[in-house]
Ligand binder design. Structure first.
Ligand code: FES
Ligand SMILES: [Fe+2]
Length: 379
């Protein structure tokens, strides 16, 4: 079977002695069976970065999105607890909310007006009393796992997933001087790219492309070719990519170490989330598959409160959203072009540069995740 062949091929990235420094087989981006496997084996049981806690600041705030075809709703309850739920009505499967964000006390199904609380419990079901087979107290929305790590909100569709935080211990230690919990999200975005999610993620694992796709933006702050990237694997879920800035950043408001001004540290959470340090700011980004050839790009910029004293936050938001839109647009334009050719008979597996060790690290993560024993059927 084609998928077995593909997975066998991917397994070669795990070969310590002779792992090939070549790109993925092009079919890996277009093969529907592989995508189905990714849905269950990867997005069905991995921590996916979906937002920042400030997007769920008040009780009743919610975020709704789709993770590889699964509708996901993240809510903030009155007691401060975050819940991740499947927003699919238990009556006849009407979606309870459209992707986006908002604020509400309860979710009322627009079909026959059943109502659900912020924790997914059924609050009321119209004209159901006479059906004695129906037990409203047993009726609730399926729950997923949700974890907030220093303000970053992660969801795992496997509600029994092992916690994420223990995997981020080194990242936590290294970023302690950022005071992550006190950083303020000044800008955020969601956009849709017409690409397979892996094209977006592998692109984010190298700076080699800055001179090609970002000549007037990212290339101005990175050495030509992206410089030498150091890859450190902290766990199967956490990898740090460290790449140099062209010049060390000027001293700013945070008590950073010299290396934190000389290098960008990109803490990647497999499969598709990353938290990257840019001296006095942090940018997070997450590539969430919508389908085999569409990916939602979610992200935000965090700044220390000292940089916000007396600042015009609306102007800051516009400025950061505009520069993110420019850089994202450059990536999107390039990657959508790759996506348009990836189904050609004349594509191939290319040799990678020594500037792309991060890409190989991502391929290893992919191979490992697909090789893990199959998910139990949780029904
Ligand atoms: S489908 Fe939701 S109330 Fe009927
Ligand atoms: Fe880029």
């Amino acid at each position: 079977m084609l998928t077995d062949e593909l997975i066998g091929e991917l397994g070669r990235y795990l070969d310590d002695a002779g792992a090939p420094a070549i790109s993925l087989p092009p079919r890996a981006y277009t093969h529907p069976e592989l995508y189905e496997l990714e849905r269950s084996q990867i997005f069905g049981r991995s921590w996916v970065l979906v937002g920042h806690a400030s997007q769920l600041a008040e009780p009743g705030d919610y975020l709704a999105l789709t993770v590889a075809g699964e509708p996901v709703l993240v809510t903030r309850e009155r007691d401060g607890t975050a819940h991740a739920l499947a927003p699919i009505c238990r009556h006849r499967n009407m979606p309870l909310v459209e992707p986006g964000s908002g604020h509400t006390d309860a979710f009322t199904c627009r079909y026959h007006l059943w109502r659900y609380g912020l924790d997914g419990r059924l609050l009321g079901a119209t004209f159901m009393r006479e059906n004695t087979a129906f037990d409203p107290s047993a009726c609730r929305l399926p729950a997923f796992a949700v974890e907030e790590w220093h303000g970053f909100v992660f969801v795992n569709l496997d509600r029994d997933a092992e916690p994420l935080a223990p995997h981020l211990g080194r990242a936590e230690e290294e970023m302690a001087n950022y005071g992550l919990d006190s950083l303020v999200q000044v800008a955020s975005w969601q956009e849709e790219w017409r690409v397979n999610w892996k094209l977006a993620v592998e692109n984010a694992h190298e700076n080699y492309h800055a001179m090609g796709l970002h000549p007037t933006t990212v290339a101005l702050i990175t050495p030509r070719g992206g410089g030498d990237m150091d890859v450190r694997t902290d766990s199967p879920w956490a990898t740090r990519l460290r790449g140099p800035f062209k010049e060390p950043m000027e001293p700013g408001v945070l008590p950073l170490r010299d290396e934190q001004r000389a290098f960008m540290d990109n803490y990647c959470v497999f499969p598709s989330g990353s938290i990257a340090t840019f001296a006095d700011s942090i940018v997070w980004i997450s590539f969430v598959p919508l389908s085999i050839d569409r990916t939602e790009v979610r992200g935000g910029v965090l700044l220390p409160p000292a940089l916000l004293d007396g600042a015009d936050t609306e102007a800051l938001r516009k400025e950061h959203e505009a520069s993110a839109a420019t850089v994202n647009g450059e990536d999107r334009d390039g990657l959508e072009a790759v996506q348009r050719t990836i189904g050609s008979r004349f594509t191939g597996r290319g040799h990678l540069s020594t500037k792309e060790p991060g890409v190989l690290a991502f391929y290893r993560g992919l191979a490992q995740a697909l090789a893990r024993p199959k998910e139990k059927d949780t029904g």
